[in-house]
Design a protein around this ligand. Structure first.
Ligand code: ZN
Ligand code: ZN
Ligand code: ZN
Length: 380
């Protein structure tokens, strides 16, 4: 088979795997789904055989326009989204209710006018809180004119981060646990729905040309050039966020006792990240294969833990077991107890990591230490 035929076969196989994985014909675990490429347009030798691929969950930040990556000994810079003739990117409108922080999402179009989105509890959400994201399903591209540089002393800095949002699951299995003074309700589903969103530098979004794919991480006025260096007269649209919706294994944790009426984000996020660290430690799961977020429900704030692996991997499912949950909470307690940073703050040794940068200032190990110590009790 020639190169072209091989390439076509690869593409077909990939589509088939995507199709089968999304339709659960074959076991979903372990198959790469939703993988996109940063295509390098350069003609220099080092550009040959470069294969820069990421799952969309990561690609929306690591390949975001103006991001730099190292490959074959050079630094390459993303300059836009790949376009495919007669096809467009999926577009969604989304909003986070300013009062309860619940996440809402609905399909969108190229239309600029935001739809009205209402919170179940707090009613109409103001336009200021309604945003739009595109899913760059065809991948990203560098510009043809970009001169790749040799990486210097320091690696290029990672400029963009993402934040996950949970918005529903099907047929969750429910269990209740009594551990120490805790009464915990936990639900597990292999069919949880999440969105991960990259809001650009300081949340300002991206400006994207829907015709040529050129994209910028700040507002740009006037004409722009295509990725091939020619003039383009189409408008840049923005601000747009980059996002991706996906399904994975999800587990929720709600505390029935003690009843916590507080919706203090600082407390809940600190507890969430302590429990994620505890899960990783107690159950021997790589920390980057787990993630979480908060979700408001009638019973108060729910902690959402999910498998941060395409299609899920059966990780968080293991928490819906009394012995494992106890070990997870105990490890979470150890994590916040054994750190040496100030109780009123947090560090990379306890609750912080690269992914949760958006809330570093809110993370405090002291509140979690007090909460877990008071309620957990220690079994012998
Ligand atoms: Zn609300
Ligand atoms: Zn253009
Ligand atoms: Zn610390």
């Amino acid at each position: 088979m020639g190169w072209a035929a091989n390439r076509i076969k690869t593409i077909k196989d990939k589509k088939l795997i995507d199709f089968l994985a999304t339709h659960t014909v074959i076991p979903k675990y372990g198959f790469p789904v939703d993988v996109v490429e940063l295509s390098v347009l350069s003609h220099i030798d080092a550009a040959k055989n470069i294969q820069l691929e990421r799952d969309l969950r990561l690609a929306i930040s690591e390949f975001a326009p103006s991001s730099q990556v190292v490959a074959n000994g050079y630094i390459w810079e993303s300059a836009g989204l790949r376009v495919v003739r007669n096809r467009t990117w999926p577009i969604y409108w989304y909003a986070v209710c300013p009062d309860c922080k619940k996440f809402y999402i609905q399909g969108g179009t190229i239309e600029e006018t935001p739809p009205s989105i209402s919170c179940d509890i707090h009613g109409a959400i103001s336009r200021r809180s309604i945003h739009r994201f595109v899913t760059p399903i065809f991948g990203f591209v560098t510009s043809k004119d970009f001169e790749p540089k040799k990486p210097g002393e320091s690696r290029p800095k990672r400029e963009f981060t993402t934040r996950p949002y949970f918005f529903g699951y099907k047929g969750p299995e429910e269990k209740r646990f009594s551990i120490g003074k805790f009464r915990i309700k936990s639900m597990y589903s292999s069919d949880g729905e999440l969105a991960v969103i990259c809001k650009g530098k300081k949340g300002v979004g991206f400006w994207v040309c829907f015709d040529c794919g050129a994209a910028f991480s700040e507002r740009k006025r006037g004409k722009h050039k295509t990725l091939y260096g020619t003039d383009c007269s189409s408008p840049l649209r923005g601000p747009l966020h980059l996002g991706h919706t996906f399904k994975t294994d999800v587990l929720s944790i709600s505390f029935e006792e003690p009843n916590i009426s507080s919706r203090d984000e600082s407390f809940w996020l600190s507890l969430l990240y302590a429990i994620l660290e505890g899960t990783s430690q107690a159950l021997g799961i790589k920390r980057q294969d787990l993630d979480g977020c908060l979700y408001p429900s009638e019973d108060g704030i729910m902690l959402i833990l999910f498998d941060n692996v395409p299609g899920g991997a059966g990780h968080v499912k293991r928490i819906i077991d009394e012995e494992n949950l106890y070990e997870v909470l105990k490890s979470a307690l150890a994590r916040v107890r054994n750190c040496t940073c100030g109780l009123e703050t947090s560090c990379y040794g306890c609750l912080r990591n690269y992914e949760n940068q958006f809330c570093h200032e809110l993370l405090k190990r002291g509140v979690v230490l007090e909460f877990l110590k008071k309620n957990l009790g220690v079994r012998e």
